[in-house]
Design a protein. Structure first.
Length: 118
């Protein structure tokens, strides 16, 4: 059974930082394409960051809106993927979801709320 469990969300002031973490189980984590998505109220879910599996040299991609502020990383030994978020803005407020893509199937975590507000 595949499980993705996110943690690290919360309330932060504009300009602050948060680090989200996602721990996976039940999948071949090292070869899985790992992604962070977010969904703000009334908006569609959007891809924030992606890190490829070990077979693709763990290359990364980011949405334009977060480039230079967010960093995705993975620790295959711990089956975790992290999203370091710096210089947070109110428009970053959303539920953040971890996702794993393996052999054409996507798996999702339950989401963690990030609120950026003064």
């Amino acid at each position: 059974q595949v499980q993705l469990v996110e943690s690290g969300g919360g309330l932060v002031q504009p300009g602050g930082s948060l680090r989200l973490s996602c721990k996976g189980s039940g999948i071949s984590f090292s070869i899985s394409d790992m992604r962070w998505y977010r969904q703000a109220p009334g908006k569609e879910r959007e891809l924030v960051a992606r890190i490829a599996g070990s077979r693709s040299s763990s290359s990364t991609n980011y949405a334009d809106s977060v480039k230079g502020r967010f960093t995705i990383s993975r620790d295959n030994a711990e089956n975790t993927v992290a999203l370091q978020m710096n210089s947070l803005k109110p428009e970053d407020t959303a539920v953040y979801y971890c996702s794993a893509l393996q052999l054409g199937t996507s798996y999702w975590g339950q989401g963690t709320q990030v609120t950026v507000s003064s």
